[in-house]
Each structure stands twice: as structure tokens, then as C-alpha cells.
Write a protein that binds this ligand. Structure first.
Ligand code: A3P
Length: 331
């Protein structure tokens, strides 16, 4: 991957990287522990850029998530909801470009990329944990809003595993699922630890529910139409009675469904070119899109281990993820 910094600060940041704890090769590239978060080096630079140079607009809306929690789905939904009066479904940008090209990911942006769009509200996506985002945007007085999606960590792990295996450079030795499982449980995962990530946004949403909309992937799957309505309301573009009568909510859900998006040529053969130069085939952002696929990959002992950690981390905080973290039988 290429580096996002170009100036003399690069020397300093390279020195900083050299002093950070690291995990080499497992995830294809080195992961560094920066400010308590495991990041690829471009994201370390990206975090510094955001913390020092991001100028928010009070109307900005951020899509926030741990990787493999449903970001691609929400990207499509947020873009489609916001622009539903601009674009007809028969001639829509999402028919020609992948969800990742609809609005930028902040994590590897250079300051000049922040001004990508004059639209108001501006949409940005980020996987940075809440604590890593500058207080200028997380402070409720900023006006900025956040949509967070979380997902059962067992499904996140399995989804991440498939993603990493697909993108892994061929010259590296094959990846062992057991190794990735153990690292995940220890918190060593891209943007991890997973549980800190979820709790950072959960606690912030508890403090400022009007600024942070907290979704669960499993609940979205159960009731996509209800979530579309909540999203539209939260984003300041509520679905009108007339739109509801005209079937707009259903149309948005169907348009952004994994079945529809994966049927499009752009998501079969197109690629996403990150501003770092890194190229990711669009098809890698889609797989099964199911709840509970972990059952095909995790042993009973692995399931218990993750459920136990989840239960212990979330105990007493009013959040349940996956079905089993409340009242775990082992506690
Ligand atoms: P699986 O690997 O379990 O299938 P992210 O977008 O955060 O990287 O998450 C990727 C996961 O979301 C993948 O899960 C992917 O299949 C699923 N996904 C992508 N688009 C989706 C959609 N439109 N609806 C539901 N799930 C979707």
C-alpha cells in the first residue's frame, strides 16, 4: 500500500511507526497498535490527518462501523435515501459505481480529499473508533451525526476471514483460521479490539442519542423497511406519507439488497480504487449477507469463547450483540 503523507512529517511518522507494537504478515500487511487501535500504516497516517486537519460542517453525517459489520449495505442505503429525489432508480449512480465510490472513506484521506463533495449534508464513512475521531466532530455541539452499525462478532470474524483470505497476496503463506480467531479474541484485528469499538459508539449513543443512531445488522435483516424509515428520519430527510403510499421504502430496500447489488456488472467485475492506490474488487464487499454464518466455521468451543468475551465486556451496559451475550451459561 502507498503512504498518504507526502511532506516532511513523513519522516517523523515513519519513526513513530517503527516504535509501535506490530503484527506482521497475518493480515497481508503489517498492523500497528496506534492509540490503542490496530491499524494499517495508511490508516495511522489517516488518523493523524483527521485529528489535525479535518474541518467539519455541522451538517456532516458519518457512517461508522467495525469492518465487516454491514458498512456496504448502509453506504448504499444512506446514499439512496439521501438522493432519492435526485436520481431515478432506472438511471441511478449505484447502477454504474460500487457503493464504496458513492462517498469517501475518511480513513486514508488526505486533507484535499475532504472537500470531495459540496452536497449538504456531506456523507463520509470511517472505521475509526469513536475515541480516535477528533472531538471537534464527536462533540454533540458540532452538529455532526453518526450512524453506527454493529454485528455479532462471530459473523464479523468469519466475514473478515473470507475478506482477508481473498485479498491476501499470493506470495504469503496460507492463513490459518485458528490464528486469526486467537488474534481476534485478543483484540488484534484491523481497527480492533472489536469490543472497544462497539462500546465506544454504544456509550456515545447513550449520551447523545439524537446524534448517534445505533443499528444492529441482525435487526436490519429482520426489518429493513423499519430501518430505512429510521435512517431517513435521522438523516433529516424523512419518508413522507405520499412516498410511503408510493412504495418508496420497499423500492429503496430492494434496490440496496445484496441480491440486487450483486447482480450488477459493476459489483461483479468493477473495482474500488482507494485514494492510497490500493485496488479492491467490488465483489469482495459482498458474500452471503446472512445472520449466523459463523455456524459453518466455528467450533462449539470457539463460539463459547467469543460469547464469553462478549458477555463479559458488555455486562451491565444494556447492549446485547448476537443472541447469546446476555445470561451466558458459562457465567
Ligand atoms: P458476509 O461476509 O457475512 O456475507 P462490510 O460492508 O462492513 O465490509 O460488511 C460486509 C458484510 O456485509 C458481508 O457479510 C457482506 O456479504 C454483507 N453485505 C454487503 N452488502 C450487503 C447488503 N446489501 N445487504 C446485506 N448484507 C450485505
Amino acid at each position: 500500500m502507498s503512504c498518504v503523507t507526502t511532506d516532511d512529517s513523513e519522516q517523523k511518522t515513519l519513526q513513530l511507526l517503527a516504535d509501535l507494537p506490530r503484527v506482521d504478515a497475518t493480515f497481508g500487511d503489517t498492523l500497528y497498535l496506534y492509540q490503542g487501535v490496530w491499524l494499517f500504516r495508511d490508516a495511522v497516517f489517516g488518523a493523524m490527518q483527521i485529528q489535525n486537519h479535518f474541518n467539519h460542517h455541522p451538517t456532516d453525517i458519518f457512517l461508522t462501523s467495525f469492518m465487516k459489520s454491514g458498512t456496504t449495505w448502509l453506504r448504499s442505503l444512506m446514499f439512496t435515501i439521501l438522493n432519492r429525489s435526485r436520481f431515478d432508480f432506472s438511471d441511478h449512480p449505484l447502477l454504474r459505481k460500487g457503493p464504496h465510490d458513492c462517498f469517501p472513506v475518511l480513513d486514508t484521506c488526505k486533507p484535499e480529499d475532504y472537500a470531495v463533495t459540496d452536497n449538504s449534508p456531506r456523507l463520509f464513512a470511517t472505521h475509526f473508533p469513536h475515541k480516535m475521531l477528533p472531538s471537534s466532530i464527536t462533540d454533540p455541539s458540532s452538529g455532526c451525526k453518526f450512524v453506527y452499525v454493529c454485528r455479532d462478532p462471530k459473523d464479523v470474524l468469519v466475514s473478515m476471514w473470507h475478506f482477508v483470505v481473498k485479498l491476501r497476496p499470493k506470495e504469503l503463506p496460507p492463513l490459518s483460521f485458528d490464528e486469526v480467531f486467537n488474534l481476534f479474541c485478543e483484540g488484534v484485528m484491523i481497527y480492533g479490539p472489536y469490543w472497544d469499538h462497539v462500546l465506544g459508539f454504544w456509550n456515545a449513543a447513550f449520551q447523545s442519542p439524537e446524534k448517534i443512531l445505533f443499528f444492529k445488522y441482525e435487526e436490519m435483516k429482520r426489518d429493513p423497511e423499519g430501518h430505512v424509515k429510521k435512517l431517513a428520519e435521522f438523516m433529516g430527510v424523512p419518508i413522507s406519507g405520499q412516498e410511503e403510499e408510493d412504495g418508496m421504502v420497499k423500492k429503496i430496500v430492494e434496490f440496496c439488497s445484496i441480491e440486487h447489488l450483486t447482480s450488477l456488472e459493476v459489483n461483479k467485475n468493477g473495482v474500488y480504487k482507494a485514494n492510497t492506490g490500493y485496488i479492491v474488487p467490488n465483489e469482495t464487499f459482498f458474500r452471503k449477507g446472512e445472520v449466523g454464518d459463523w455456524k459453518c466455521h466455528l467450533t462449539e468451543a470457539m463460539k463459547d469463547q467469543i460469547d464469553r468475551i462478549t458477555h463479559d465486556k458488555l455486562k451491565g451496559l444494556g447492549l446485547t450483540i448476537g443472541a447469546t451475550n446476555e445470561g451466558h451459561p458459562m457465567t
